[in-house]
Design a protein around this ligand. Structure first.
Ligand SMILES: [Zn+2]
Length: 219
């Protein structure tokens, strides 16, 4: 980074060295997709394990093309959004320091300042990104599990140990919810601290031989 920044002699070079390129966007989309698949498989495992304790993690494998496509589309969209906002914010920040009334800094100092800003920005956004990335697949894995395994009488509780906003308070107040409601609501907003927790009233008998664990048999 340092060497790269040393070469950044003007604002355009500085922007070029710190902006997100299309190649980086594709790498980011790939990473986000992998995060989503891992979150989906973990959530699917957690649900399956509740009814069949003998299930092991390696039996759960997302191969369903439809779901893979949904997660891939979400990852691409989110990567594009991250690229756009990062580049726009970087441009804004560069404009601010360009207009600094006391520019008593050399280009290396400015480059280091911008680099520091980029790092801090990423740190702040990393948590939000991680939460948003994994929540949609977790909810999808849960609803897929109950639908694909035809487990009826499932109620879903919207839960969190953190303070909630108006939208979430209404959802919590009206607990529990039906599977269809969960499908309609999903995760109500970005950075939501809540999670859906399934509750089954009747005892569930699942056949270990044909339990659905992410395969391609349905939809
Ligand atoms: Zn909320």
């Amino acid at each position: 980074m340092q060497d790269q920044l040393l070469k950044a002699l003007n604002w355009d070079d500085l922007y070029q060295s710190l902006h997100f390129s299309t190649l980086e966007k594709n790498q980011l989309a790939e990473a986000l997709y992998n995060t989503k698949v891992a979150a989906y498989e973990e959530a699917l495992f957690q649900e399956a394990h509740r009814y069949l304790p003998s299930i092991t993690k390696d039996q759960v494998h997302l191969t369903n093309q439809y779901t893979k496509g949904v997660l891939k589309k979400q990852a691409n969209l989110h990567a594009s959004y991250i690229l756009k906002t990062h580049n726009a914010d970087l441009k804004k920040y560069l404009n601010i320091i360009k207009q600094d009334k006391y520019p008593l800094r050399n280009s290396l100092q400015i480059a280091q300042e911008v680099d520091k800003w980029t790092q801090a920005r990423f740190k702040k956004r990393a948590q939000l990104i991680a939460r948003t990335e994994s929540f949609t697949p977790i909810t999808k894995a849960q609803t897929d599990f109950y639908r694909q395994n035809k487990i009826s009488n499932t109620k879903f509780y919207f839960k969190s140990d953190k303070a909630s906003c108006k939208v979430c308070k209404v959802l919590v107040k009206n607990n529990p919810h039906s599977l269809n409601k969960v499908l309609r609501v999903g995760i109500p907003h970005p950075n939501c601290p809540h999670q859906w927790v399934a509750h089954v009233e009747k005892k569930v008998e699942l056949n270990p031989a044909n339990v659905w664990l992410g395969g391609a048999n349905l939809r």
